[in-house]
Write a protein that binds this ligand. Structure first.
Ligand code: CP3
Length: 354
C-alpha cells in the first residue's frame, strides 16, 4: 500500500507489514523534557493557549522530530479538550495538573451533558492537524488521539486528577445508568472528534485509556472497553485509499490484552509491566503491539538504555508488528541526550529482527 509518506515504517508496522527496522515514537514526546518546548510554552503563556494557537501547536509538535529521527509525530493537544468543549471549563492550576470549573456533580449535570459541535468547538484542534500535516510535508506520519470515554469520565466526575477515583467509582456502582449515560455521550463525542482529526489529515489514531487499569475485570469490560470498541466501529477506516490504523493503550491493561486485541483496533499499546513477548503470544497475528520500555530507564546511562532496548526487542522477536515506544509518557526530568541514545539503539539493534 502506498501510504503517501516518505518514511512509512510506523504505518507498515501497525498493519504488520514488513519493515527494515522497528519504528519508534514516544508518548509525550512533545513536552517539558525539551528546553525548546519550555521556551514555546512560556511564549504561549498557558498550556491551553499553546494548544489553541495553531502556529505554536505546530511548532511544538515538530520540535522532537527535528531533534531526533523519530518515525511518527503526534498532534500536540490534550485528551481533556473534549470535556472542555462539552462545557466543563478546563484549566490548569499551577503545579496541580488539570482541573474542571464545572465537573459532573449532580444528576442534572449529567443529564445536561451534550455532544459538542466538533467542527466549531474543536476547530482549533483540526486546524492544528491540517497545519502540522502541511509542515511535515510527507516526511513521517501524523498521529491523532483522544482519551477513552472511561478515562475522560474520570476527570469529568472527579473534577481533576485523583488517587482513588472514589467519586467516579461511586457513580459507576451506585448509579450505573447515569455512568453509562456519561460514557455514551462521551463516546459519541470522541468518535466525531477522531473522525474530524482523520478528515483533517491524521494518518493513525490512538485512544488513551490511561485509567482503565483502575477498574475490576468486569467493570473494565462493561464501562471502558465496550465504549472503546464502539468508537473503533465508528471510525473512518480508509481515506483516499489509504488505511488509517488505530491503537488502543490501556495503562494497567496487560491482564485484558486478549479482549483489547478483539476490540477491532489494529494495535495494542502496552505499559512496561508486561513482557512484550508473552503479549505477542497471547494476541497472535490479530494486532500489532506498541511499547513498552519503562520510561524510568531513560534516567540511566546510554549503555543501560541500549541493554534494556535489546531486552524489549529480543522479547518481541523476529518479524514485523512492533512499534517501539515507552510504557507511558516520557518524564519531564529526562535528559534529551538519553533520548538520542534510545532512538539510535532502537534503529540499530532492531535491524537484525527484520
Ligand atoms: O504525546 C504527546 O507529545 C502529545 C501531547 C499530549 C499531551 N497530553 C500534552 C500535555 C498527549 C497525547 C496527552 C495525553 C494526556 N493528557 C493523557 C493520556 C496519556 C497519559 O499520560 O496517560 C492524560 C491522562 C492527559 C491529562 C493531562 N494533561 C494531565 C494529567 C496533565 C498534567 C500532567 C503533568 O505532567 O503536569 C496534562 C497536561 C499536559 N498535556 C502537558 C503536556 C505536554 C504538560 C503541561 C504543561 O506543559 O504545562
Amino acid at each position: 500500500m502506498n501510504f503517501k509518506v516518505k518514511n512509512d515504517t510506523f504505518l507498515r508496522a501497525l498493519l504488520r507489514q514488513p519493515t527494515d527496522y522497528t519504528p519508534l515514537w514516544m508518548m509525550r514526546q512533545a513536552g517539558r523534557f525539551l528546553p525548546e518546548y519550555r521556551a514555546t510554552r512560556r511564549k504561549a503563556g498557558s498550556f491551553m493557549g499553546l494548544c489553541k494557537n495553531t502556529d505554536l501547536a505546530t511548532e511544538v509538535t515538530l520540535q522532537p522530530v527535528e531533534r531526533f529521527p523519530l518515525d511518527a509525530a503526534i498532534l500536540f493537544s490534550d485528551i481533556l479538550t473534549v470535556p472542555d468543549a462539552m462545557g466543563l471549563g478546563l484549566y490548569f492550576a499551577d503545579g496541580e495538573g488539570p482541573k474542571f470549573e464545572r465537573p459532573l456533580q449532580t444528576e442534572a449535570d449529567i443529564k445536561a451533558l451534550h455532544v459538542p459541535d466538533v467542527g466549531k468547538d474543536l476547530k482549533y484542534v483540526t486546524d492544528a492537524v491540517a497545519q502540522i500535516r502541511k509542515t511535515l510535508d510527507g516526511r513521517i506520519p501524523l498521529i491523532g488521539f483522544s482519551g477513552s470515554p472511561w478515562t475522560l469520565s474520570c476527570y469529568m466526575v472527579e473534577g481533576g486528577s485523583s488517587d482513588d477515583y472514589a467519586k467516579v467509582k461511586t457513580l459507576l456502582y451506585k448509579e450505573p445508568k447515569l455512568m453509562h449515560h456519561v460514557l455514551d455521550v462521551t463516546a459519541q463525542a470522541v468518535t466525531a472528534y477522531l473522525n474530524a482529526q482523520i478528515e483533517a489529515g491524521a494518518q493513525a489514531v490512538m485512544i488513551f485509556d490511561s485509567w482503565g487499569g483502575a477498574l475490576s475485570h468486569a467493570a473494565f469490560h462493561e464501562f471502558s472497553l465496550a465504549y472503546t470498541q464502539r468508537i473503533i466501529a465508528g471510525l473512518i477506516k480508509e481515506k483516499e485509499g489509504v488505511r488509517i490504523p488505530s491503537i488502543v493503550f490501556t495503562k494497567g491493561g496487560g491482564l485484558w490484552i486478549e479482549s483489547i486485541a478483539d476490540s477491532g483496533c489494529d494495535a495494542v499499546g502496552l505499559d512496561w509491566t508486561m513482557d512484550i513477548g508473552v503479549a505477542r503470544q497471547k494476541v497472535g497475528h490479530k494486532v500489532a503491539l506498541q511499547g513498552n520500555l519503562d520510561p524510568a530507564v531513560l534516567f540511566a546511562t546510554p549503555e543501560v538504555i541500549r541493554n534494556e532496548v535489546e531486552k524489549v526487542l529480543s522479547s518481541y522477536g523476529y518479524g514485523s508488528g512492533h512499534v517501539f515506544n515507552l510504557g507511558h509518557g516520557i518524564s519531564q526530568h529526562t535528559d534529551p541526550e538519553n533520548v538520542a541514545a534510545l532512538v539510535q539503539a532502537v534503529h540499530e539493534l532492531s535491524k537484525k529482527y527484520h
